[in-house]
Structure formats: structure tokens, C-alpha cells
Design a protein around this ligand. Structure first.
Ligand code: DSN
Length: 427
């Protein structure tokens, strides 16, 4: 109400975005809809406060309640994931990964991560990213025939390159990670294992993807993907990493948590975004509820239903299906590139993103694939039966890109589905 009066221009744009979110089938696998409680926590006076430092040791006065918020968020994170250490201050996923590098490595050290073109992330060693510019980044990929991670190849590269850190995690890998295997390799070469579980955190909480906790030294997750919180990130650490302390940091008296704390502040960041911390605390409480376990399971079941039906409609899926929340579709057989598929689907109200597929012959801005996910639609209450309908719509659009009658029919069906599952009725 206040915003509408004081700045109608901004208010109107926000309302338009709300309407857009309500009207489309949101299928970008890294997006989700937070609860209204999370949104409420974000829009609070906590944004006014400076609080460089950590609870009990701040560079500014007046932080008694900010300390309470940050302690609550950290304690909830530690309890939820069963870890000894949590830092909830990273502004988002990329800065969080940067902090892990800064804490554990020196510039020029070797890191081994998944190739961006095979499903990895910019911060896992991409040549134009800080991780590829300031560190010696080497990459593992997926097998050319199965599109699955080839753990023998990962081990071979690790033995050859002797990385100081191995990164397990992806943005476009539709199958499970074998974190135990990654740990075995990391231990063999005395490397830290960083698991970037951002995409699959909600599935891990729900028990439909194995947890990295018994295997990883450090774990990073964003908080806005399957965890369904505000934009933000957390770094978690286990005692495991202490095994490498004498190898890499004989001079440091700090444990791994201490190193990460210092990397965040004073290393990389200034004042934490306390409204974001409060919203993270809220989403962690939600993730401790039994209903969240149901939600995580449902994301995976919906993705399986989506994949199965896409295949039934003749679509080609990388790895042939999915074990998690996303599917990667190769649209080459349909005769259209990924960019056109994304735009076509956008034009009928289905939001996806174009994506490289492994060994893609095309470029990232116009690749051969599209990436679809079920976290957001599952939050809206979409069922497996709904996902089968959605799969049929997607297949219809990409196989009849110029048939206006088909596109119109899909538009009506999208309207029907989104009305049947209202989003944010309270807003
Ligand atoms: N941008 C995210 C994604 O879409 O997967 C990763 O950070």
C-alpha cells in the first residue's frame, strides 16, 4: 500500500511480475516460489542494519537482535544438515564459492570441476570466471555415449593434475551424484572435496538424493532453488576437512570454519544482508517440517513423470531420463535449436531455458537443448498427472513450431492449468 502510493512506477512493475509468475508454467529448474513468510522476512527493517563480523564479535554496535537472527539461521542450518559449521552470510552462490576458493586455496592452485559445457557451473572453473582466471582449472565431463559422469575419468584427471580441490555439483546434470566416489578420489590425491549442492538441496533434505555430508569437506548451497528460500547461500563444513589442515595450511591456527568465516569477512564481503539472513532462517524452519519432505519427494516424482511422458512423445532426453528435479532435452531431432524452443515456449506461457547439451556442436547462446525442472510447479501443487499434460504441451509446441492452432490450444491449456493451481492468492 505504502509503495503503491509513494512509487507507483516500481509498484506497477512488481505487480506485473507477480501476474507473470501467476500466469506462466515456471519450469526453469533453478527457480522456485518462496512462501509469503519468507517474502515478509525479506521486506523488514533488518535491511537497515550494518553488522560486519559474526554474532558476538561485530564491528558495529546495536547488533543484539541481528545476532539472534544469525545464530538462529546458523543453528537451524547445522541441525537440518547435521554439520558442525554453517555460514549464512554469502550474498549468493557465486560469492559463496568464491569464498571457499579464497579460504582453502592460493591463486594458481589447481581445481578440478565439472565442465560448464557438460552441465557444471561458471564458478567451477570456467575460463572467463574468477575460478578459471585466478586458479588453474581443469575439468571433468560426462561419457560421450551415456552422458553420465565417468568416475574413472575423474580419478584419472585427479591423479594426473593433483588438484587441491575437487568440486562435485552441476546445473544441468539430470542424474544422481556419487559423493562417496568423489570423496574416495579426493582422499586419494589429498584434495578438498567441495560439493555444490545448490540445485538438489531440497531433494537431499527429502532423502531422494544421497547427502554429501558424510563425504564432503565443504558444502555450498544457494537458498533459493529447491530449498525454496530467498536468494542467498550458505557454506557448511564438516570436521573431515581437518585432515588436510597440515597439508595446506600448516601456518594457520584456524579450523576450516574459521578460514571460511575470514574469507567472507574481511576477505570478500562487507555487511551481511540481515533481511536475507532472517528469510533464510524462515526457509530452514519450513524445510524442517514433514511437509517439506513430501515436497522434495514430489519434485522428483513430478520430474520422473515429465521425463517419461516427454519420451513417450518422441523427445530425446540427455541420459534418457532423470533421477532428480530436471530434464535436459535435446531438441535437435525436432529440427529447431534451443534458443528457438525457449522463445516458442515463452510465447505460449511455458518458461524454460536454452541449455548446452554434452558435446554440443552449437554455442551457449543458441545451444541444442532446453532445460526443464519441476521445483516451482510442484510448489504450486502440480501433480504427476498435471506434469504429463505439461509434457504433452511442450512436445506439441516444439514439434509444431509454426502451427498457430496448436500454439493457441497450448496457451488455453496453460491458462487452465495455472488457474487450477493459484499462486500467491494472499498477495
Ligand atoms: N544460474 C543457476 C542455474 O540456473 O542453474 C546456477 O547458478
Amino acid at each position: 500500500m505504502m509503495l503503491q502510493k509513494s512509487d507507483n512506477e516500481v509498484y506497477t512493475i512488481i505487480q506485473k511480475e507477480l501476474e507473470r509468475q501467476r500466469k506462466v508454467l515456471e519450469m526453469i529448474p533453478s527457480e522456485n516460489f518462496t512462501s509469503v513468510a519468507v517474502i515478509e522476512a525479506l521486506g523488514t527493517v533488518l535491511t537497515n542494519k550494518y553488522s560486519e563480523g559474526y554474532p558476538g564479535r561485530r564491528y558495529y554496535g546495536g547488533n543484539e537482535f541481528i545476532d539472534d537472527i544469525e545464530n538462529l539461521a546458523r543453528d537451524r542450518a547445522k541441525k537440518l544438515f547435521g554439520v558442525e559449521y554453517a555460514n549464512v552470510q554469502p550474498y549468493s552462490g557465486s560469492p559463496a564459492n568464491q569464498a571457499v576458493y579464497f579460504a582453502l586455496l592460493k591463486p594458481g592452485d589447481t581445481v578440478l570441476g565439472m565442465d560448464l559445457a557438460m552441465g557444471g557451473h561458471l564458478t567451477h572453473g570456467y575460463k572467463l570466471n574468477f575460478s578459471g582466471k585466478y586458479y588453474h582449472a581443469v575439468a571433468y565431463g560426462v561419457d560421450q555415449t551415456t552422458s553420465l559422469i565417468d568416475y574413472d575419468q575423474v580419478r584419472e584427471i585427479a591423479l594426473r593434475e593433483r588438484p587441491k580441490m575437487i568440486i562435485a555439483g552441476a546445473t544441468a546434470y539430470p542424474r544422481k551424484f556419487d559423493f562417496a566416489k568423489f570423496a574416495e578420489i579426493a582422499h586419494e590425491v589429498d584434495a578438498y572435496l567441495l560439493v555444490d549442492m545448490s540445485h538438489i538441496t531440497g531433494l537431499i533434505i527429502a532423502g531422494v538424493h544421497p547427502s554429501p555430508v558424510p563425504h564432503a569437506d565443504v558444502i555450498m548451497t544457494t537458498t533459493h532453488k529447491t530449498l525454496r528460500g530467498p536468494r542467498g547461500a550458505m557454506i557448511l563444513a564438516t570436521k573431515l576437512a581437518d585432515r588436510l589442515h597440515d597439508v595446506f595450511r600448516p601456518e594457520s591456527k584456524k579450523d576450516l570454519g574459521g578460514l571460511i568465516d575470514s574469507a567472507i569477512i574481511p576477505g570478500l564481503q562487507g555487511g551481511p544482508h540481515n533481511h536475507q539472513t532472517a528469510a533464510i532462517a524462515v526457509c530452514l524452519k519450513e524445510a524442517m517440517e514433514p511437509s517439506f519432505i513430501e515436497y522434495g519427494r514430489h519434485i522428483q516424482k513430478n520430474a520422473a513423470a515429465l521425463a517419461e511422458e516427454l519420451v513417450a512423445h518422441g523427445m530425446t532426453l540427455v541420459t534418457g531420463g532423470t533421477d532428480n528435479h530436471l530434464v535436459l532435452v535435446d531438441v535437435t531431432p525436432q529440427g529447431i535449436p534451443g534458443k528457438q524452443a525457449e522463445e516458442l515456449l515463452d510465447s505460449v506461457g511455458i518458461t524454460v531455458n536454452k541449455n548446452l547439451i554434452p558435446y554440443d556442436k552449437r554455442k551457449a547462446m543458441d545451444p541444442s537443448g532446453i532445460r526443464l525442472g519441476t521445483p516451482a510447479l510442484t510448489t504450486r501443487g502440480f501433480t504427476e498427472a498435471d506434469m504429463k499434460v505439461v509434457a504433452g504441451l511442450i512436445a506439441d509446441v516444439v514439434t509444431h513450431p509454426s502451427d498457430e492452432a496448436v500454439l493457441d490450444r497450448v496457451r488455453s491449456k496453460v491458462a487452465e492449468l495455472t488457474s487450477a493451481h493459484p499462486l500467491y492468492p494472499e498477495l
